[in-house]
Ligand binder design. Structure first.
Ligand code: IPM
Ligand code: MN
Length: 322
């Protein structure tokens, strides 16, 4: 569950999964472990070996949310984000982050964009998750703190596997792949673009567009319906996925899946919202839809996943909103 509203939203998702289990005759075994600030308070580290081992043993991981201002001034390896979530992603090799963003009928009115622009948007973001500037070394302060260094680097194989995933995803959808980079400036983006070109030969049915990240940021709000699958590196994907979430009118309703070749971690894209934690008013939809993604990607339970997604849509249609 992690921190803040993590517990509430995980409770909601577990209830939904238990209902699915009853209806479709499955049983799920849940185990709970600490991570993030909560773990730091109890054990002095944001991710314990015990939690890590449990995640490695699991068939799938439901992840609530982490973070809180009180832990942000700790050294990086003790912060909930870097020491907890980022380490877990790396240890489990969860290199592919899938963030589906779909305009929901009942929420169109709460989008800051015109209904006519946003209606029908259905975007699959495929974000690289274990490389790039988030993990690149050196990363440090020099010259008495007056020089700050981050490193953006990508190995060919890291790009190849995520691009491959994106093409595979596009084949199952409308077969339009937009690859987002900054190839007019960055070396890593040039390599990225080269690899997308190479891979596209294997997928002649997929239409590939290359787009610079600044232009993509604009087009996502101007003409969101023109996108199908979007693939990009870690930090561009982080920024663009929050931007895209505004289409739906709420960050609170968006799920994500982080996949390795063997295991998946499922988490809403929002944070731990400490300001509303414990009040019972957090929107659990992002977490519940993440559980649906888990059924689909980790357990091949397609009908069950769809049942959850459909139920969420029906509830919203009936006017149940936070
Ligand atoms: C996300 C979050 C994380 C990220 C943070 C908490 C490190 O913003 O999952 O999008 O940037 O990947
Ligand atoms: Mn983010």
């Amino acid at each position: 569950p992690g921190d803040g509203i993590g517990h509430e939203i995980i409770d909601a998702a577990v209830k939904v999964l238990e209902a699915v289990g009853e209806k479709y005759n499955h049983s799920f075994n849940f185990e709970r472990y600490d991570i993030g600030g909560t773990s730091y308070e109890k054990y002095g580290v944001p991710l314990t070996e015990k939690t890590l081992e449990a995640c490695k043993r699991a068939d799938a991981i439901l992840f609530g949310a982490i973070g809180g201002d009180q832990w942000e001034s700790l050294p990086p390896h003790l912060r909930p984000g870097e020491g907890g979530l980022l380490r877990l992603r790396k240890e489990l090799n969860l290199y592919a982050n899938i963030r589906p963003v779909k305009a929901m009928r009942a929420l169109l009115h709460s989008s800051p964009l015109k209904e006519s622009v946003v209606a029908g948007s259905d975007i699959y973001m495929v974000r690289e998750l274990t490389g790039g500037i988030y993990y690149g070394k050196p990363r440090e302060r020099r010259e008495n703190g007056n020089l700050a260094v981050d490193t953006l680097l990508y190995y060919r194989h890291e790009i190849e596997r995520i691009v491959e995933k994106a093409f595979e995803t596009a084949m199952k959808r409308r077969r339009i792949l937009t690859s987002v980079d900054k190839a007019n400036l960055l070396e890593s983006s040039r390599l990225w673009r080269e690899i997308v070109e190479e891979k596209s030969e294997k997928y002649p049915e997929v239409t590939v567009n290359h787009m610079y990240v600044d232009a993509a940021a604009m087009k996502l709000v101007n003409e969101p319906t023109s996108f199908d699958v979007l693939v990009t590196e870690c930090m561009f994907g982080d920024i663009l996925s929050d931007e895209t979430s505004a289409l739906t009118g709420s960050l609170g309703v968006l799920p994500s899946a982080s996949l390795s070749d063997t295991v998946g971690l499922y988490e809403p894209i929002h944070g731990s919202a400490p300001d509303i934690a414990g009040k019972g008013i957090a929107n659990p939809i992002g977490m519940i839809l993440s559980a649906a993604l888990m059924l689909r990607y980790s357990f091949d339970l397609y009908e069950e996943a769809y049942a959850i997604e459909h139920a969420v849509e029906l509830s919203l249609d009936q006017g149940y909103h936070t």
